[in-house]
Design a protein around this ligand. Structure first.
Ligand code: BG6
Length: 485
């Protein structure tokens, strides 16, 4: 086991991620006694604050963002006493010197959490290195966006690698911190019954949906330059796909799991100009209603016309023995009718139905892994409808449905960042993304984007509160498949 760190430095400490996720997650860990007793948390940002003002802001963030009833004044007081603040303007070296001074001897173990615009990664890393903060006891956690394409991602990775070797670089994909995502690994490899069927001989197709009801949430500047493909597919959705499709790793450790994931990512069939119109659909929401409430369209939210996609659906293939001929349909969008993240696996139908002669039809089994808003595992099976069968046998699809919140009701549901921050503090990189994975992800995404550019593909409008443009339905219907809704 790696050494635990004793100082955590949080860049972007006054930002939205820190307020909504990082501070509440660290508080959650502290309240369970999971933070090293001596851990100090140093926030940095451009804003000129002192420790007291930062603690006050952090306290407000906890009150606002902790789940109801979880805030306790006593725990907050202890947690806030761990917080310090050093203003750092990334373009000025003196801020880094002050930060180094406040950290003291980095040999005691330092974790740096960097969440910044891609253009600021290099100056920040260089500033840290120049201030002596790149020594072997310092770990670097990087929050997305790690670039906007393969080239810029390589530049960022190179500038990080110049001072922090891969084993001390922790690239965050917060989906890997989600309990159900890890549960996917347990479901596949802690049970005997799925793995023998987990291949093209028995699986018809896979659908991965990440539907959100939210719009821009004040992140218009970032989102306008990103779009759904880079914001969601490049990272979270491809990680989910890799976990579904990977071969069994030889151990549940960082190298073994990531070795298997990267093989899948590299086996993704490139989507090119020749097939991009048949295999991808993009959309952008116009005004509509969600839950009966009117919501503005994307152009109104962003304040101008735009070509950025807020929805993408695509058909992917993993070109290897296991998955030959099995389509993976991916779909994500903002302003969808409901929040729903799920992995849907449709098996093939039985090879021969003994019930056909009695007038009954079978339907293929389905496994549905719900990630959000509820965590669930559902297996759809065929069962005989009770009765004396005088008019023939009747079969019906019934769900074997497990809500994880009920099955594990004695456990507190944690936010993904609790897990990831604790792994960073303790030095376990298994749930972080390795450089070769990120680059394989970008390589595949870049091909799609250049195919879109070559074919001058623009997003099709869809009304907020619907499941995207109708072309997304046609994408699967052409193959005789419907999206699971
Ligand atoms: C982020 C994206 O990475 O993930 C956001 O930048 C998106 O646009 C968010 O809303 C979704 O995360 P979650 O955990 O709410 O599904």
């Amino acid at each position: 086991m790696a050494e635990r760190i004793s100082t955590l430095v949080m860049f972007g400490a006054t930002g939205d991620l820190a307020r909504r996720m990082l501070l509440p997650s660290l508080y959650g860990l502290d309240s369970d006694g999971l933070l090293p007793p001596e851990l100090r948390i140093i926030g940095t940002a451009r804003t000129d604050l002192d420790d007291a003002a930062f603690r006050e802001r952090a306290d407000e963030a906890l009150k606002e963002h902790l789940s109801e009833g979880f805030y306790s004044a006593g725990i907050a007081e202890r947690f806030l006493s761990r917080l310090y603040y050093v203003p750092v303007d990334i373009t000025h070296p003196e801020g880094f010197a002050k930060l180094a001074q406040s950290i003291g001897d980095p040999c005691h173990g330092v974790g740096i959490f960097l969440s910044t615009a891609p253009s600021l990664f290099k100056p920040t890393i260089d500033g840290l290195a120049n201030a002596g903060l790149a020594c072997p006891t310092v770990r670097m956690a990087l929050e997305k966006p790690l670039g906007t394409d393969l080239e810029s991602s390589r530049e960022i990775n190179d500038s990080v690698a110049a001072h922090f070797p891969e084993e001390r670089t922790f690239r965050i994909d917060h989906y890997l911190g989600k309990e159900t995502v890890q549960n996917l690994i347990a479901l596949r490899f802690a049970n005997l019954m799925f793995e023998p069927l987990w291949n093209s001989a028995h699986i018809d197709h896979v659908q991965i949906t990440v539907a959100e009801t939210v719009g821009l949430e004040g992140r218009g500047d970032y989102y306008e330059g990103a779009g759904a493909l880079r914001d969601m597919v490049q990272n979270h959705m491809l990680q989910l796909l890799a976990l579904v499709a990977m071969e069994p790793p030889s151990d549940f450790n960082a190298s073994a799991v990531r070795d298997e994931k990267v093989k899948v990512l590299r086996a993704l069939r490139p989507i090119t100009a020749a097939d991009v119109e048949q295999t991808t659909v993009t959309g952008q929401y116009t005004r509509g209603a969600i839950d009966g409430e009117p919501v503005p369209g994307y152009p109104e939210e962003i304040g101008h016309e735009s070509n950025t996609e807020t929805f993408v659906a695509l058909k992917a293939h993993v070109d290897n023995w296991r998955w030959k001929g099995v389509p993976f349909y991916l779909r994500t969008g903002k302003r969808m009718p409901e929040r729903d993240t799920e992995i849907f696996i449709q098996f093939k139908d039985v090879p021969y139905s003994i019930f056909a002669s009695r007038g009954a039809t079978t339907r293929p089994n389905k496994l549905i892994i719900g990630l959000q808003p509820e965590e669930s595992i559902e297996l759809r099976l065929m069962a005989k409808t009770p009765g004396l069968d005088r008019q023939g046998v009747r079969l019906r699809e019934i769900p074997l449905d497990i809500g994880l919140a009920n099955a594990f009701s004695e456990y507190r549901r944690r936010v993904a960042y609790e897990r990831l921050l604790l792994d960073l503090i303790e030095g376990d990189p298994t749930l972080f993304v390795r450089r070769d994975e990120v680059e394989a992800q970008w390589a595949w995404i870049d091909r799609i984007r250049s195919a879109w550019a070559e074919k001058a593909i623009s997003p099709r409008p869809y009304a907020a509160g619907t499941w995207g443009p109708s072309a997304a339905i046609a994408l699967t219907e052409r193959d005789g498949i419907s999206w699971h809704e």
